[in-house]
Ligand binder design. Structure first.
Ligand code: CUA
Length: 316
């Protein structure tokens, strides 16, 4: 994204510099040219000019419309992650960055990614507002408690890139820094193989939480329990008791866990207790990964999640 952002930035600088010099130059030269030469000298009356009025209305309009169209197109590219990405979950806290890979690997203040692969970050905070900022990637977004925000990037050159927190978040805000480590494919595979994983994927850890918190006693895979089944839920529309429909995305699932009465599914009673404060942010993300893994069409409707192959992150 960086070359596109920079091109627009330089264009804005060029337009601004051109008009600054033009206006400053005209102010100075007119001040000299039309200065009062004698005490009784009176200026020529001005009656206006239609052409002049039209020109200085239409030319700036065209320029700002170009800027609008150009920046909108960049904004949409930034806001819409591609369909197939390597997903990484980010939890900000005072004062560190925690990264969780779907295969269960965790990192603190360091994120390893392969070069040339689209990476999507799903981010949240477990305390105050933080902000992920990777200047080299022209990447920046707030990380908010109680909400998921997203960023995506495709690193084109291997290397170590600074990661900063760009939202004042307390005493050690300035120390809330880290690195994005972009590696060649082979090197990345080596890192994957060498680093100590937990041995369980995020979805498997989520499934364990799902059982430990007794979610499974009401949300059953094959039969209708006291709560709706979660198989095939993610990414589909849900009809609520109010008659309206919502998309079962990360935000909806999160709300349904922390504040279950906000959106009650049609045909069910509002009997689910809130799990606010009972699950860590990492745990919530693991449960989300587990729910996402419950695909209606596949054979894992019983809740058994196949371990994802760590050697092919791009396929995720
Ligand atoms: Cu986190 Cu500043």
């Amino acid at each position: 994204m960086a070359p596109r952002v920079d091109a627009l930035y330089y264009f804005l600088i060029a337009v601004t510099a051109f008009f600054t010099l033009l206006i400053a130059g005209l102010v100075i030269s007119f001040a000299i040219k039309y200065r009062r030469r004698s005490k009784d000298e009176a200026g020529v009356p001005i009656h206006g000019s239609m052409w002049l009025e039209a020109a200085w209305t239409i030319i700036p309009l065209v320029i700002v419309l170009v800027i609008f169209g150009w920046s909108s197109s960049i904004f949409f590219s930034m806001a819409r992650p591609p369909a197939h990405t390597l997903d990484v979950y980010v939890v900000g806290k005072q004062w560190m960055w925690k990264f969780q890979h779907p295969d269960g690997r965790m990192e603190v203040n360091e994120l390893h990614v392969p070069v040339g692969v689209d990476v999507k970050l799903t981010m949240t905070s477990q305390d105050v507002i933080h902000d992920v900022y990777v200047p080299n990637f022209r990447l920046k977004a707030d990380v908010l408690p109680g909400k998921y925000t997203h960023l995506w990037f495709k690193a084109t050159k291997p290397g170590k890139y600074h990661l900063f927190c760009a939202e004042y978040c307390g005493t050690n805000h300035s120390g809330m820094v880290g690195w994005i480590i972009v590696q060649e494919r082979a090197e990345y595979e080596q890192w994957l193989a060498g680093s100590v994983g937990q041995g369980t994927t995020m979805a498997q850890a989520g499934e364990k939480l799902f059982r430990d918190l007794a979610c499974s006693s009401c949300h059953q895979a094959d039969t209708i329990g006291r709560g709706p089944t979660l198989v095939g839920l993610y990414g589909n529309k849900v009809t609520l008791a109010t008659g309206s429909t919502v998309m079962a995305d990360e935000a909806y699932l999160r709300e349904s866990i922390t504040n279950p009465r906000a959106k009650v599914v049609a045909g069910f009673q509002p009997v689910m207790p809130s799990f606010q404060g009972l699950v860590s942010e990492e745990g919530l993300l693991q449960v989300l990964e587990y729910i996402k893994s419950l695909k209606a069409t596949s054979s894992n409707a019983t809740g058994v999640v196949p371990p994802s192959a760590p050697s092919s992150p791009a396929k995720k």
